[in-house]
Ligand binder design. Structure first.
Ligand code: ADP
Length: 319
């Protein structure tokens, strides 16, 4: 192995830059060359690849997004696009690859590994929707943004006595809503993994109002959807003024938290170490604060479930 490639793919996430920096610097420290592939698999197919050195990754650890940019690329799912990607890797003399992205990106990385190309995955997605790892890159930063937004909205909610529905990201996984709700002291958390009893929710709001609670904050994961319909239902059942805030892309960017920078740094370094040991076809993760690496198949087949203990705690503390 002489040259390690690195790319970011799918949705961007804070902490990706820390991971890129760690891949580049760990590899160079151990005497390897590094190539940066721009715009994910799209850039790979197009040969948008250039060598990176120690200074290429200077001044990025504190930045959100990804310096390598990212893309979604349907062509890479076709045999033709995939083979073009492999051809480009050979052409640029890249002999191993670190893919930073979510489960979609891991499927592409898995395919490369199955074709015999040494590839390692690093989980970069704010949703925290990969079951094999305790945390994905970007989750902690997104959570921090969400909790800050809850604080701001709570001020208005308390002042006006409104019920506020805050929609946060999470298509299939409600972790941002769940942990954001717990940290932000929300009255209710609605996640895609669980059916919600709107009547019960309204009873909680009415109970809170009766004992003088000034605000009601409801965290809703985007995968559940229909925040405005829910607002109408709550309005008619509780006679409350109900406001909706959709945080959207505000929570995808921003300066990464120390935890995401540390996680990105550790994962990037671990990916290079695995490649140096001749291990590949694996996804790097963190369990109990230790770096782990699982075969792509195993990592991707694990089913993510919400943490019932955390959900119950958020529910009890919201009484
Ligand atoms: P994420 O990685 O954030 O989950 P996507 O699901 O959009 O984002 O996947 C990112 C990219 O990974 C896709 O645009 C595509 O280029 C690549 N990809 C996804 N699935 C496959 C697959 N089965 N084979 C090859 N490439 C894939």
């Amino acid at each position: 192995m002489k040259k390690i490639g690195v790319l970011t793919s799918g949705g961007d996430a804070p902490g990706m830059n820390a991971a890129i920096r760690a891949v580049v610097r760990t590899a160079i420290y151990h005497g390897f060359e590094v190539a940066g592939v721009y715009r994910g698999y799209q850039g790979l197919i197009e040969g948008d690849i250039e060598n990176l050195n120690i200074t290429s990754v200077g001044d990025i650890i504190h930045r959100g997004g990804t310096m390598l940019r990212t893309a979604r690329c349907l062509d890479f799912k076709t045999d033709e696009g995939f083979n073009k990607g492999l051809q480009m890797l050979r052409m640029f003399k890249v002999d191993s690859l670190v893919v930073i992205g979510g489960d979609g990106s891991f499927n592409g990385a898995k395919r490369l590994a199955e074709a015999g190309f040494p590839t390692i995955g690093i989980p970069g997605t704010i949703d925290n929707d990969l079951a094999y790892t305790d945390y994905t890159l970007g989750f902690d930063t997104a959570l921090t943004t969400v909790v800050s937004a809850i604080g701001n909205i709570r001020d208005t909610s308390s002042s006006h006595g409104t019920v506020n529905i805050i929609e946060v990201m999470g298509r299939n996984c409600g972790d941002i809503a769940l942990y954001g709700g717990l940290a932000g002291g929300a009255e209710a958390v609605i996640i895609p993994e669980l059916d919600t009893d709107v009547d019960e929710l309204c009873r909680t709001i009415i109970r809170g109002k009766k004992r003088g609670k000034l605000h009601s904050i409801i965290l809703l994961a985007e995968g559940v959807g229909k925040p405005y319909e829910l607002a109408e239902q709550i309005k008619s059942k509780t006679s409350s003024d109900v406001k909706v805030s959709v945080i959207g892309y505000l929570q995808r960017g921003g300066t990464p938290t120390p935890n995401d920078r540390i996680l990105g740094s550790r994962m990037g370094a671990h990916a290079v170490e695995l490649l140096m040991e001749g291990q590949y076809g694996k996804a790097v993760g963190i369990k109990g604060n230790q770096m782990i690496a699982l075969d792509f198949d195993e990592a991707l087949n694990m089913k993510k479930d919400y943490d019932k203990g955390i959900y119950e705690l958020a529910r009890i503390l919201a009484i």
